[in-house]
Design a protein around this ligand. Structure first.
Ligand code: TYD
Length: 209
């Protein structure tokens, strides 16, 4: 069986990436591909518990604790779901992955970025996305889309989210072969046109059809 593909969706809370991920899933299923969708944090049972602490803990969560919890979730997710699915020939669409840690814990919270890259390497054990779509939207628009019901991460404030956005843009420049920048300040359909072009291109390059 042919090896699968691993595609990650990144961007601010409120960037619309999850909507796009679901549209990609529908599109690929219609085309007859074997697709699974998943997300970080919290795809699996252990991850659900970690997600609950990360997003809904009422008390103090230290920045280092937060960092290790995201990485712990990722390690489990790679071993239990992502790697086996790719090895089984599936196209894996993942809502957030390693770049979220660099953008949020690195640029946002101020943890050492080189160290985070090393820790990400340990967590993913050699599995790297074939393509990452980065949905970039102004922080103001993103915050308006999120609305008033905010989780712990979403409540971190405008300055934090501006740092996260700039971090993502920096990462895209460093990894422009893997990370494709998509202007998410437009309508869902316009954004999907760009999304689809990138996905079709990847499949043609990797699978020759
Ligand atoms: P989620 O509700 O899944 O938000 P979204 O729909 O915007 O993806 O919450 C995930 C939150 O966790 C989001 O605010 C980003 C944050 N996050 C990190 O800070 N670091 C990480 O490594 C990951 C995967 C997510």
């Amino acid at each position: 069986m042919r090896k699968g593909l691993f595609i990650t969706f990144e961007g601010a809370d409120g960037s619309g990436k999850t909507t796009q991920l679901n549209k990609v899933k529908e599109f690929l299923l219609e085309e007859g591909y074997d697709v699974i969708i998943t997300r970080e944090p919290g795809a699996l049972d252990i991850g659900q518990k970690i997600r609950n602490i990360l997003l809904h803990n009422e008390g103090f969560v230290s920045d280092r604790c937060e960092m290790f919890l995201f990485l712990a979730d990722r390690s489990q997710h790679i071993d239990a779901l992502i790697k086996p699915s790719i090895d089984n020939g599936k196209i894996v669409l993942c809502d957030r992955h390693t770049d979220s840690t660099i953008a949020y814990q690195g640029y946002g919270r101020g943890q050492n970025i080189n160290l985070l890259k090393e820790l990400n390497n340990i967590a993913v054990h050699g599995v790297v996305p074939d393509l990452t779509l980065l949905y970039d939207v102004s922080t103001k628009t993103a915050q308006e889309r999120v609305g008033l019901e905010k989780d712990r991460m979403e409540s971190a404030g405008l300055i934090f989210h501006e740092k996260v956005r700039n971090g993502y843009l920096e990462l895209q420049k460093e990894n422009s072969d893997r990370i494709k920048l998509i202007d998410a300040n437009r309508t869902i359909e316009e954004v999907f046109e760009d999304t689809k072009k990138n996905i079709v291109k990847l499949i043609q390059e990797r699978r020759g059809k």
